[in-house]
Every structure is written in structure tokens, then in C-alpha cells.
Design a protein around this ligand. Structure first.
Ligand code: SF4
Ligand code: SF4
Length: 322
């Protein structure tokens, strides 16, 4: 009786897996009563968070089922789904959970028996595994990324893996690990300005600007790479569990702010101006001590704008990077 109460969730694509399950029912084929099927438009639309959340909310196992190879009705949704399941199984293993709690299999709509057999075999296997840690009360956030993190963290704590996480990165689209060459970074802030997830942020005091990076928020979109005028950033699409679960917010650069000699507005960092001076030895120091607006007022409309130097030095101001 207890075994029947241990639920197994199945995400089944509308086109094949769900149709196979439906046909199995119509033909009177049996698969365990523990199974609860959730129909999805395409197996590729199954969010990895749903699968993980299924376990976190008390299911003993979760399977995802889609169309046969090369028969996905939407192109390659089944390929993406299988990659997601491999990714989740790798994650589970890394945090001390048996990856066998999650599985994927492919069926055509005309394979009801194969669907019933695969499902029965999975249920049998998964119910024989030890009970998963109960982490339901620790998963609260409605934000997808936060919830994902909460589940991984709760499992890693329950299994004792949290203090001995593997350093090996796990490749995955949708996540990113940035590396900044601090010799090239001029703390211009363009990367943080364009980062929509707040994975890169800047903090300023009256005199100083510091740049920070939070790995767990990065989606690997590479907007920061495109924004960086000095090619200081690279992004690898992968998860490094240790900094990811630690929610670290690391400083990666810092530079003093420069105030305009005319209006006293903060308009650049020392590192930016040093880079310009390095590249243009003859540039008049009076010019670079003025913000763009004052340069025009003080020196005159016809005088070449500093943006020409910035452009030539491959440096964009924060506003220009928009
Ligand atoms: S890759 Fe995208 S999400 Fe990650 S830090 Fe860069 S801009 Fe932000
Ligand atoms: S955009 Fe590049 S130079 Fe500017 S703060 Fe970011 S990493 Fe540094």
C-alpha cells in the first residue's frame, strides 16, 4: 500500500508519448497506478526545474517522454529534452542524489506497449531506491533561478555534499561562468549596465567604483561579452556548483572615479583614462580631465570630441554601450 502512495510523475509530449499512454489505457494495458502524467506540447518544453521540483515536492521519480529520434514534431525538442535529463542526472549525482530518480525514454504514438513497459520498469526501479530527503519546506521561492538553487542546496545539505562539491564544471546552455582579465578591465561598468539578470553589478562610493559578479544569476547570454570594450570578459556556458550554490558575489575589478575638472561630475574611471593616455601619448591632459559635456562648452563645438579617442582606443562610455 505504501508503495502505491509514492508518486512518479511523467512529463509526456502531446504528439507521441501522451498518445501512446492514452492508447495503452484504451487497449487495457497496465502500468502502475502511482504514475501521474502531465501532458506537454513537446518534450523539449519540459523545464528542468519542473523535473527537479517534482522530486522536491515528494515524487519518488520523474520521467520525461517524447517522440522517437528524428520524429519530433517540432524539430529537435526530444534531443533538447534528453540533454536536459542528462544534465539533471549529472547535477543530482554531484549533490549526492541517485540520478536514477530521473529518466527519459522515447516512444511513437503507436507504441503503447513499449510506453507501458518502460513506465512499469522505471516505477519498479525507482520505488526500490532509498527514500529521498524531504526538502519540501526549504523550497519557497517563486523565482525560477532561486527555486532551482534552493532545491540543489537543500539536497546537497541533506546528503552532506555541500562541503565537498566537485570543482568540475557541468556544461549547460542557460547558465554561465564569467572570467575577467583584470589587466584588461577598466571598470567602465558597461557589462553590468547590459546584464539583465544582475549577475554583474557595480557599487560606487564617492571616489571608487567596484564591479561584482554573481555566478548563480548568470544565464550565459554573453551580452556582457559584446558590451565589453576591452575584450576583458569571457563566458563559459556551464555551472560550477561550488560558487553557484554559495551564491558568491565576487569583486572582479575596481578603479577610482575621475571627476570633471570643470563641473565635478563623475564621468570615467582612472583605469579608462590611463588606457587612453597609454594609447595616445600626445593627448592634452586638459582634454581628458573634462567630461564630454564640458569638453564641448569649454573647448568649443569644433574641437574634436573625446569620444573619437575613446572609440579609437576601443572604449565605450557606459551610455554609449546601451
Ligand atoms: S552572460 Fe549575460 S547573464 Fe551572464 S553576466 Fe554576462 S550579461 Fe549577465
Ligand atoms: S565591460 Fe569590460 S572593461 Fe568594462 S567593467 Fe566590464 S569587464 Fe571591465
Amino acid at each position: 500500500m505504501k508503495k502505491e502512495k509514492e508518486r512518479v510523475i511523467g512529463f509526456c509530449c502531446n504528439e507521441c508519448a501522451y498518445a501512446a499512454a492514452d492508447l495503452a489505457g484504451q487497449l487495457g494495458m497496465k502500468y502502475p497506478v502511482n504514475v501521474r502524467i502531465i501532458r506537454t506540447p513537446c518534450s523539449g518544453t519540459t523545464d528542468p526545474l519542473w523535473v527537479l521540483d517534482g522530486l522536491a515536492q515528494g515524487a519518488k521519480g520523474v520521467f520525461v517522454s517524447g517522440c522517437l529520434p528524428d520524429q519530433c514534431h517540432y524539430g529537435d525538442g526530444n534531443v533538447h529534452m534528453e540533454e536536459s535529463v542528462v544534465f539533471l542526472r549529472t547535477l543530482l549525482k554531484a549533490i549526492g542524489i541517485n540520478p536514477k530518480h530521473i529518466i527519459s525514454y522515447l516512444n511513437s504514438a503507436g507504441m503503447p506497449e513499449a510506453f507501458a513497459n518502460s513506465t512499469s520498469d522505471f516505477v519498479k526501479d525507482v520505488l526500490s531506491l532509498p527514500t529521498l530527503p524531504d526538502i519540501k519546506s526549504e523550497v519557497k521561492s517563486a523565482d525560477k533561478r532561486e527555486r532551482f538553487l534552493e532545491i540543489l542546496t537543500a539536497y546537497a545539505k541533506a546528503t552532506g555534499k555541500i562541503d565537498k562539491l566537485d570543482e568540475k564544471p557541468i556544461p549547460r546552455e542557460g547558465f554561465g561562468m564569467i572570467t575577467v582579465d583584470e589587466d584588461k578591465c577598466v571598470s567602465c561598468g558597461s557589462c553590468g549596465y547590459l546584464c539583465e539578470t544582475d549577475a554583474i553589478t557595480k557599487q560606487e562610493t564617492k571616489k571608487h567604483r567596484k564591479m561584482y559578479y554573481a555566478h548563480y544569476l548568470c544565464t550565459g547570454c554573453e551580452a556582457c561579452v559584446r558590451a565589453c570594450p576591452t575584450e576583458a570578459i569571457t563566458v563559459n556556458k556551464e555551472i560550477h556548483l561550488k560558487p553557484f550554490l554559495a551564491k558568491e558575489n565576487n569583486q572582479f575589478s575596481g578603479s577610482q572615479l575621475v571627476t570633471c575638472s570643470n563641473c565635478a561630475d563623475k564621468f570615467a574611471t582612472v583605469a579608462i583614462l590611463e588606457k587612453i593616455e597609454d594609447q595616445f601619448e600626445l593627448i592634452d591632459s586638459e582634454i581628458i580631465s573634462l567630461c564630454p559635456a564640458c569638453r564641448r562648452d569649454v573647448i568649443g563645438e569644433d574641437f574634436v570630441n573625446l569620444s573619437r579617442y575613446l572609440e579609437a582606443a576601443n572604449i565605450k562610455s557606459e551610455e554609449e554601450a546601451k
